[in-house]
Design a protein around this ligand. Structure first.
Ligand SMILES: [Zn+2]
Length: 112
């Protein structure tokens, strides 16, 4: 398995197999040296290109499923944080319920 965890667009969106338009291999002495990808980001619709060392490449990088390295890393982070408790959910609900219209507007401005 390669050391590469994911292919990302400049916007930060993760590129998956269905976003890849073209895939090729650069050969040296008939050995693959680099993997070339051309993709269209499904988030920002921009075209992008990526060249990856063949030694770092793993087809799982482009997969959606649980086997993708990115997903595994996320899962370990979740374990460190621990499961979401009922108390946390209730606290979140109370905080949302206390939000005033001005707060929502302020939040919208910071995330825009
Ligand atoms: Zn993008």
């Amino acid at each position: 398995m390669g050391s590469l965890s994911s292919i990302r667009c400049r916007c930060g969106h993760r590129i998956r197999g269905r976003d890849v338009l073209q895939r090729g291999y650069y050969l040296s002495n008939w050995e693959p040296m680099y993997v070339y990808l051309k993709f269209r980001c499904s988030n920002c619709k921009m075209l992008g290109e990526k060249i990856v060392d063949y030694g770092d490449w793993d087809d799982a990088v482009l997969e959606d499923g649980e086997t993708a390295p990115q997903v595994v890393r996320d899962r370990s982070q979740r374990v460190t944080l621990g499961p979401i408790t009922v108390a946390e959910v209730q606290e979140f609900g109370q905080r949302v319920a206390r939000l005033r219209r001005a707060d929502v507007e302020a939040l919208r401005r910071t995330t825009a």
